[in-house]
Design a protein around this ligand. Structure first.
Ligand code: HAM
Length: 428
């Protein structure tokens, strides 16, 4: 047993897993270019108030799951590791004066998020998201474009059975009346409410609809639905989002109890699930409209919408579906030498080829040539470059490890020869 281990709820992404995450990141980047999202980075930690005001103080994410950074001195500000990206991105939008840019400002970010939650399958304390935000467009068309973008990501990643759960949770005009109805309903059942939910009834009643407690299932099912209480503006916004999604052919289902776990949402709310896997810890991603967020972080009133897709969960789902995992590319060639002691020559040739953009490994162990060649096959390299006496007049042996053939090549042409040979290998 090693003395040190990765902290509970975190894990090392070993190379064979990291390459899968890199693949997802490159799909995300490719889609971002196609859909016009520009990449941004924000710090991994922010002033705690950014999350408290942005996400909401009475949310699980802020109340229980925030990784707070203990200040070293009395006068230090209070910071926390980011549990999600939206609050930080909106803080950056305000700080950089992005309201003067052409609207909407479409931003994307991939990176780790931190939530101090009880670890379990699909729930980590450090996890990776792909996050997209379109700030400055009231929708509804951009809502559908956003939802379709996330949906396309899963398809391109290799998950073809992902559907969207969709709801509208109203806005400042109609939600208060709905909340009053909801509170009255649950008050009528107060003695059936578990302790936590009774407290939530006072602090954040909407969250009761999203309760994880099995005892709440029947009560939630019979609760008044926000869809019945939407104002006209929210109702027509919602109808237009659906019409756009229909036109785009996105598979979605209305979920009247979907409310999301963060406080900043208004109107459009959505989550992505694989069909038949719609339980806790199974959301592959989620998002929604946050028309009040910019203002609550100190900016001028600005609408916005976004999503975050959970990349760890996508990797888990891909492993389940048996999609062949991404393999790391082997080196094109391994550089070996007839003289076990002459590592200088091997490194020089390797360096020359690397400068030409080729991926090669120099075998640096002082072993016999035959042993060096064995490591080349173990690496799944296509070629071995064998350095021997011919180097004196500027030649090396190029051995095709698959075909077992070998020929003399001038050093000056080696990079070119390897590039050509690699291309013919790729094309069969
Ligand atoms: P969220 O629903 O809190 O939304 O997280 C989005 C996704 O991140 C989840 O659906 C899940 O796949 C993944 N996720 C969340 N927590 C964990 C965890 N502990 N372990 C593994 N994966 C996790 C947001 O974060 C919002 N910022 C989305 C958004 C962007 N809304 C508007 N713009």
């Amino acid at each position: 047993m090693p003395s040190f281990r990765a902290p509970r709820g975190t894990r090392d992404l070993l190379p064979e897993v990291r390459v899968g995450l890199s693949r997802l990141e490159s799909i995300a980047r490719s889609l971002s270019v196609r859909y016009g999202y520009r990449e941004i980075e924000t710090p991994l930690f922010e002033q705690t108030a950014v999350f408290e005001r942005g996400i909401g103080e009475v949310t699980d994410v802020v109340e229980k799951e925030l990784f707070r950074i203990a200040p070293r001195t009395e006068e230090s500000e209070s910071w926390a590791l980011r549990p999600e990206a939206t609050a930080g991105v909106v803080r950056a939008y305000i700080q950089a004066g992005m309201h003067t840019w052409p609207q909407p400002v479409k931003l994307m970010l991939t990176g780790p998020m931190f939530r101090y939650d009880r670890p379990q399958a699909g729930r980590y304390r450090q996890f990776w998201q792909w996050n997209c935000e379109a700030i400055g467009d009231p929708g509804p068309a951009v809502d559908a474009e956003m939802i379709e973008l996330g949906w396309r990501f899963y398809a391109e990643a290799g998950l073809t059975d992902v559907q969207v759960l969709l709801n509208s949770i109203g806005d400042a005009a109609c939600r208060p009346a709905y909340l009053a109805t909801l509170v009255a309903y649950f008050r009528g059942h107060e003695d059936e409410l578990p302790e936590l939910e009774r407290r939530r009834l006072e602090t954040n009643p909407l969250r009761l609809l999203d309760s994880k407690d099995p005892a709440m299932k029947a009560l939630v099912a019979a609760a008044p639905k926000i869809s019945a209480g939407l104002c006209e503006a929210c109702e027509s916004h919602f109808a237009a989002v659906r019409a756009h999604l229909d036109a785009l052919g996105v598979a979605y289902r209305i979920s009247p109890t979907l409310v999301r776990g963060l406080d900043y949402y208004a109107r459009t709310a959505f989550e992505y699930y694989r069909q038949g896997a719609e339980g806790q810890q199974q959301a592959l991603g989620g998002g929604g409209r946050y028309d009040g967020l910019v203002e609550s972080l100190g900016g001028r009133p600005t609408p916005g919408i976004g999503f975050a897709l959970g990349l760890d969960r996508v990797l888990l789902a891909l492993a389940e579906t048996g999609v062949a995992p991404q393999r790391e590319a082997p080196p094109l060639a391994v550089i070996v030498g007839a003289d076990p002691a002459d590592t200088v020559a091997r490194l020089r040739v390797a360096s020359l080829l690397r400068a030409e953009g080729l991926a090669v490994r120099a075998e640096l162990a002082p072993r016999k040539l035959s042993r060096q060649l064995e490591t080349a096959s173990r690496d799944h390299a296509h070629f071995a470059v064998i350095i021997g006496d011919e180097l004196a007049d500027g030649h090396v042996q190029l051995k095709d490890l698959d075909a077992g053939t070998q020929r003399l090549v001038p050093l000056a042409e080696l990079a070119h020869e390897l590039t050509r040979a690699a291309a013919s290998h790729h094309h069969g």
